[in-house]
Design a protein around this ligand. Structure first.
Ligand SMILES: Cc1cc2nc3c(=O)[nH]c(=O)nc-3n(C[C@H](O)[C@H](O)[C@H](O)COP(=O)(O)OP(=O)(O)OC[C@H]3O[C@@H](n4cnc5c(N)ncnc54)[C@H](O)[C@@H]3O)c2cc1C
Length: 482
């Protein structure tokens, strides 16, 4: 006899989102989180009125599951939409707006005439067929070298902390690679989908929440029926015949054991590998082989008068440049004015990643002065910051290197030997908050299909069935926006 239907190990966004979908459908769910707070990487710190995001600062959504969770959890009422979408790229030592439309691209100083002409050839480039193709190879093959250096490389380094020369194209650009597979051309596919997207159910939007991303975490942690145990570290799990799993953990109160019909591991790949080592060394090897990149996040609060640049955008990304540790900067207080005290600005810098992994080990003084050097050059600073906070993530993001989908397929195949054991974390299916919420829905569907229960209808309107949700999701998946 089990103590609970599902035990989720790890209370980051992956674990909490899975818990929300399961609890909403009436299953008993516990989440064991080893830290004293929920949220994992995600967390908002209020430092003298500046709201600093330790990891995710905003979400970009086009998936109906995410919209559904926000509506049904009441989070819609707290949604905060960024005030601008304009982005900049560092080009020849200054900030140049990234063209958002085709017309802007023609006049943009970012692209040479040769690069613009090369784009016209894209529809005539034959399809590729290599599952190990990297982002650099895919983009260069289809669009040329400049789009890689001036768009995709900064995007992959700045938002995924990854190296496009090693990152698997199919794993991190699933919609672009699907366009090629389906239509033979990114341009033709994007055009056709733009026409069809007028009918789409879930428009693309970026958002955070009043009070920052912690509002999302707090709302999920308060899900009715969810048993969230903080400060409880799982150290072993073992199958209990055909009945489920026995999970052991420790906390300041002592040792704990719980029997659950299903266990969801929502912990980093290395932690999952050590929990599974004695059960299946090959599965542990596949998980343990996933590399992570380190990222250092520095938040600076300035008096508005100390920054010459108008800060009229989301922020900027940087192209690869030897010795340059800054990957990107978000102008948070432009996006969400309530994130800094009146008359102040909040700039959040991301350093390190796969481009410069050693930066995470620099001492505070060195990492701050490297970031300030970049800001002085590009934004024109006339005074020192009045608030500085550093967040170091030694294992910030998993790197989807090599034939990544082959690795995840092998992981899933081995998991089939262990009924009731599931993985829901950012090394499978995408690192973004959007993909983590959608991944939680998928794992809940899998558990429900085994448990043979249908989702109960929430008050006021019928619930979507798992099949309906995944059909909507597949439709959304085929759109081009990033
Ligand atoms: C610097 C940075 C910026 C980012 N920016 C964005 C962004 O703007 N937009 C976006 O969409 N995404 C962004 N991301 C990505 C996103 O924030 C992460 O991918 C996501 O938060 C990871 O969630 P997770 O639950 O999978 O993992 P984690 O957040 O790592 O959660 C895992 C949890 O497991 C717990 N745990 C570990 N071991 C045990 C154990 N033995 N027992 C119990 N619990 C355990 C940990 O304490 C942790 O709470 C960013 C990430 C970083 C690092």
């Amino acid at each position: 006899m089990s103590d609970t239907d599902v035990l989720i190990v790890g209370g980051g966004i992956s674990g909490l989102a899975s818990a929300w979908w399961l609890a909403r459908r009436g299953l008993g769910v516990e989440v064991w989180e080893c830290a004293p707070r929920a949220g994992g990487k995600i967390g908002t710190d209020n430092i003298a009125g500046y709201l600093n995001e330790r990891a995710a600062a905003l979400a970009l959504n086009y998936r109906p599951e995410v919209a559904q969770l926000l509506t049904e959890s009441g989070l819609d009422a707290y949604k905060a939409t960024p005030l601008t979408g304009r982005r900049y790229l560092v080009h020849q030592n200054r900030l140049v707006p990234v063209p958002a439309r085709l017309g802007e691209m023609v006049t943009s100083p970012l692209w040479s005439c040769g690069a613009k002409l090369r784009l016209l050839l894209e529809p005539f480039i034959p399809r590729g067929n290599r599952e190990d193709e990297t982002v650099s190879e895919f983009i260069t093959r289809r669009l040329g070298r400049e789009p890689l250096e001036k768009a995709m490389e900064p995007y992959v380094s700045g938002t995924l902390a990854s190296d496009p020369d090693r990152t698997n194209a199919e794993a991190v650009l699933p919609r672009l690679t699907a366009l090629e597979r389906r239509y033979g051309s990114l341009a033709v596919g994007a055009l056709l989908q733009r026409v069809r997207s007028r009918r789409r159910a879930c428009p693309t939007e970026s958002f955070s929440f009043a009070g920052g991303m912690s509002t999302l975490i707090d709302a999920l942690a308060r899900t009715p029926g969810l048993g969230l145990r903080l400060g409880r570290a799982v150290n072993a799990l073992a199958p209990e015949g055909t009945d489920g799993w026995s999970v052991s953990g420790t906390s300041a109160q002592g040792a704990h054991v719980l029997k659950a019909r299903h266990v969801v591991l929502s912990v980093p790949a290395g932690v999952a590998a050590s929990l599974l080592q004695s059960l299946d060394p090959e599965l542990a090897r596949l998980l343990g082989g996933i590399e992570y990149s380190p990222v250092c996040v520095i938040h600076f609060g300035f008096d508005r008068s100390a920054v010459r640049h108008p800060l009229n955008g989301v922020g900027f990304l940087t192209a690869r440049e030897p010795g340059q540790p800054l990957n990107g900067v978000l102008w948070i207080s432009t996006l969400f004015p309530d994130r800094a005290p009146a008359g102040k600005v909040l700039l959040t810098c991301y350093l390190g990643g796969a481009r410069a992994p050693h930066v995470v080990d620099w001492n505070g003084e060195r990492v701050v002065s490297a970031a300030l050097r970049g800001l002085r050059r590009l934004l024109g600073l006339s005074a020192d910051p009045e608030m500085v906070q550093i967040d170091r993530h030694h294992q910030a993001l998993p790197l989807y290197y090599g034939v990544y989908l082959g690795r995840t397929k092998r992981i899933n195949a081995r998991l089939e030997r262990f009924p009731g054991l599931h993985l829901a974390a950012n090394y499978i299916g995408g690192v973004s908050v959007r993909d983590r919420i959608a991944g939680g829905c998928e794992v809940a569907d899998r558990i429900l299909s085994v448990a043979g229960r249908l989702p109960p209808a929430p008050a006021g309107r019928p619930a979507r069935t798992p099949a309906e949700i995944s059909a909507m999701s597949r439709a959304a998946e085929m759109r081009l926006e990033h």
